[in-house]
Write a protein that binds this ligand. Sequence first.
Ligand SMILES: NC(=O)c1ccc[n+]([C@@H]2O[C@H](COP(=O)([O-])OP(=O)(O)OC[C@H]3O[C@@H](n4cnc5c(N)ncnc54)[C@H](O)[C@@H]3O)[C@@H](O)[C@H]2O)c1
Length: 357
Amino acid sequence: MKALTIAPLLRGLSFDGEKGDIIVYKSRIDYAELTCSATELPEQFEKGMHSVIVDGVGGFLLGEDYDDAVNGTTLAPKVTGRAGVVNNKVCVVTGGAQGFGEGIVRELVKNGAIIFIADMNVGGAKKLAIELNEQEGRTVAFGVAVNVTDEKSVKKMVDEIVKTVGGIDLFISNAGVLKAGSVKEMTLKDFSFVTDVNYIGFFLCTKHVAPVMELMNQPQGNYYTDIISISSKSALEGSNKNGAYAGSKFGSVGLVQSFAKELVADNTKVNTVCPGNFFDGPLWSDPEKGLFVQYLNTGKVPGAKTLEDVRAFYEAQVPMNRGCDGEDVTKAILYAVEQKYETGQAIPVTGGQVMLN
Ligand SMILES: NC(=O)c1ccc[n+]([C@@H]2O[C@H](COP(=O)([O-])OP(=O)(O)OC[C@H]3O[C@@H](n4cnc5c(N)ncnc54)[C@H](O)[C@@H]3O)[C@@H](O)[C@H]2O)c1
């Protein structure tokens, strides 16, 4: 057995009914409370142990949070029940460096999560992690590089996370792109680009994350984990001249439902959150290439003379008269994690703009 197998098993063996210990792998440590072979581990491991050496594999440091595992200091908040839904749980957010992903990252950290900000923009991910660690006064965030369309890169990300903390409790597949255009004109290149990130990226991430969650569940059989994709209201209703995007998001709902049926055997729930438009995020509000500027310049909104006119036009289409934000989305994520009796669902967060039948 390798470290990448043993670390999630240890997280599963230390499961306390909500989550396991953080498990930090070191190829060598000098002393441990337990030294044994991989096969002896399930019998000999006892909850509360802080260090284990597995013959021929290396050392594992255990703790309530990352700092506790590495140097025995823990400032981890002690909360349980509804307030502790993600407390000290390992959460990964792809595309977490900006936009919705950044909002979700910030909200999950407020709720006590240990976060991996996984992004192609690794500089942005690491910068945000440093800011959050300073803000919280403990190690709560890590930046990690990933291109979700590249299987090797996805596998490398998952391996790095498992070696650093032992597993993944909540994986949020948020990285997504949009290229709008008429079906009569859109190039295959643009269509494939959107499909690769939004649809295939979700498949690749689930492919490599689900086996880790299976290992975590193996020792005790009651370790619930979550995979949540961030799709869109365009996963529920077609979007004019935006077929590549809506198609990829509708398709991801099919993946969610199918993966949910399979992974329920490992206690892994798979759901998707379908947000409305994030008007304050870069996609809409970027002063140079945001959709508000584009729609003003191309005259897409009849009679609009200013950016505010364009914004007001879109806000008026939402019964609750405002855009969606990271906090709105995170509330749905927390619901999906807390709810142990639902899987394979698409949860709208659209201010009433899209209503399910
Ligand atoms: N912005 C909206 O109005 C809106 C509405 C509904 C749903 N969504 C969905 O929410 C998610 C986030 O959207 P956003 O508007 O915040 O996006 P954004 O463009 O602001 O941020 C996307 C992030 O994903 C990263 N990224 C892009 N491609 C990647 C790849 N191949 N691998 C790894 N990282 C990659 C980018 O570097 C960036 O940090 C997307 O899935 C999007 O479809 C957005």
